[in-house]
Design a protein around this ligand. Sequence first.
Ligand SMILES: NC(=O)c1ccc[n+]([C@@H]2O[C@H](COP(=O)([O-])OP(=O)(O)OC[C@H]3O[C@@H](n4cnc5c(N)ncnc54)[C@H](OP(=O)(O)O)[C@@H]3O)[C@@H](O)[C@H]2O)c1
Length: 356
Amino acid sequence: MAPIPKRGTVAVTGAAGFLGGWTVRLLLDKGYRVRACVRNVEDAARTDFLKALPAYASGRLTLHGADLDQPGCFDEIFKGCHGLAHISHVSGYTDIDYIQRTCDHIIASVNGSGSVTRVVVTSSIAAIISEMDLQEIVRRPVFYEDRYPDEMNPKRTPERGQGYSMAKLIAERAFSDAAIASGPGSAAWDAITCCPGDNVGPIQSAHQKDMGPWQHNIETMLLGDYRQNDVYRPWMTVDVRDDALCHIGLLESTEVKNGERYIAWSCDTRNVEDICADIDRLLPELRHDTPDVVDPFPERIQAREAEFRAIWAQCELRNDRIRAVTGVTFRPLDESIRDCVESLISVAGVKVRVRA
Ligand SMILES: NC(=O)c1ccc[n+]([C@@H]2O[C@H](COP(=O)([O-])OP(=O)(O)OC[C@H]3O[C@@H](n4cnc5c(N)ncnc54)[C@H](OP(=O)(O)O)[C@@H]3O)[C@@H](O)[C@H]2O)c1
């Protein structure tokens, strides 16, 4: 099927979000026309940063209100679009039937558009690495595109916190199956999945400081309170701007094929306590009062800290495939942390706890 034409029209769901907002901005920088989908166009706190972009003044960027919970609301928005970056979250990750319904809504609107030829679906590394049994990581420590969590594990349920990773896999498969069903013919489209790592980087609007979670975690570090990450997993990061460029690269690529998935991460990993300390290392002028990282886990988990850290330390992260098809060069994490901190202060007015 077809990549999007240069300067074509792209719809972006979740456009007021951290990643969606950067995807909109970088698509515009590359000359595309963008239809930014948000839930409420009139919500100034969430949409003013989009309306302030120069392309909004000319009409090259337009904003559209649509909620995934309402079937049919994307129908008119997608008509005439060449591509769709389906980035948005859904309203919740506990009801698997609801997840399937949200996919069905979007797929019906793509099918009805008569113009969309490529959809990039945002999944997550959760759909790669989320294991109920960490011994799976010992057995299969290389994280690359063909790797899936052990989906047969009976403990893998929304009730046990796996709703998000399960939902992402449902979406990946729903879109690639629908894309197969769409062709051959002039109405055919393909679906490519992007699985981003932990997004770090600058926010563009104050409301984004509470989203994330990673930029919000850096905010809490700045405020002087930070908690250990789940089972001591290090952050496995991508700069949000590079992630957006990966999405655009997948829309443009002539090499990708329907049903393929690509991991967007820099392969940098860093432990939480080091990220906390890095703020002072990268921006000594701030005089950030580095907090001690609180360990909120029960004793039985704390007793296994060394074991868990050893499991994570042996993981090998790979990004060969996405670099080959998009040509994206990933920024170092230091740059993402620095720019995140500066934006939290300048855009969202975060008051940093400083040393006496
Ligand atoms: N951030 C990360 O580290 C990370 C890592 C891996 C994967 N991802 C994936 O990347 C995508 C974007 O993440 P993000 O961090 O940029 O998220 P975000 O900042 O929270 O933005 C998500 C957007 O989703 C929209 N949304 C939520 N429910 C919706 C619904 N029912 N209908 C329509 N729109 C809805 C919201 O729109 P409004 O603002 O208009 O209400 C929100 O702006 C998500 O799919 C996430 O799973 C993120």
